[in-house]
Design a protein around this ligand. Structure first.
Ligand code: ADP
Ligand code: MG
Length: 218
């Protein structure tokens, strides 16, 4: 479950972003909507413990993520979080298969080839395992990033604008896979989007509408 309490983030050379309180139960789908610049990516970074709140708290399954010390936070992220960032951050130097080994390496655990093969197959990527990211279509690269995010069975799956650069068919497929994979790991799914297609495809999702930050007065 996710709870936001009096959450605020001040960019040093940018806006102050305040977020309304929220409570979303475990396993639900939360849609974070708002125009470009409203703070969607910032909120996901706060939920992921990649940014530390200026004030207030983000609780994930009762844990105050911002209060964790850096090493604890890394460990928490490795064990519980799946993140599909807007820029996918796949390593161009590595094959698809080796990109999927990275989460284990980062966690200091042995790579699990059988689990990697299972996830590649579920996402229809088994034939692409030896390719480098630049040899993939945009939709295929998105699926590799999704595979990387769900490998270790996260309890919280965050996706930032997962349909932004996809055509209608690939966007529908990406959403279907996100929902299916979140359900398989019983994860809470948080989608940040300004894409009306996502809201239409997920009429039952819990909504968090962000308003654009006021212009910076500095
Ligand atoms: P969204 O994802 O909804 O488009 P963001 O969370 O990326 O919004 O950004 C929210 C606001 O914070 C925007 O006004 C943006 O310009 C500003 N912002 C984002 N990152 C920084 C940064 N590193 N420094 C200063 N301002 C930033
Ligand atoms: Mg964004």
């Amino acid at each position: 479950m996710i709870e936001l309490k009096d959450l605020r983030y001040d960019y040093r050379n940018g806006p102050t972003l305040s977020f309304a309180d929220l409570s979303a139960s475990a396993g639900c789908t939360l849609l974070v909507r708002g125009a470009s610049g409203a703070g969607k990516s910032t909120l996901l970074a706060l939920m992921a413990g990649l940014l530390t709140p200026t004030a207030g708290q983000v609780f994930v399954d009762g844990i105050d993520v911002g209060a964790l010390a850096p090493r604890q936070r890394d460990a928490w992220r490795g064990a519980h979080l799946g993140f599909v960032p807007q820029r996918l951050h796949l390593s161009e130097a590595l094959s698809v298969r080796d990109n999927l080994g990275l989460p284990y390496v980062c966690a200091g655990e042995p790579v699990q080839p059988a689990r990697i093969a299972e996830v590649l197959e579920r996402l229809g990527l088994q034939g692409l395992a030896a390719r480098r990211p630049h040899q993939l279509s945009v939709g295929q690269a998105q699926r590799v990033a999704l595979a990387r995010a769900v490998l270790r069975g996260p309890s919280l799956l965050l996706a930032d604008e997962p349909t932004a650069s996809l055509d209608d068919e690939a966007a529908a497929e990406a959403l279907r896979l996100l929902i299916e994979l979140a359900a398989l790991s019983r994860a809470t799914l948080v989608l940040a989007t300004h894409d009306a297609r996502v809201s239409q495809a997920l009429p039952d999702a819990q909504l968090l509408q962000l308003n654009r930050a006021p212009a910076c007065s500095a």
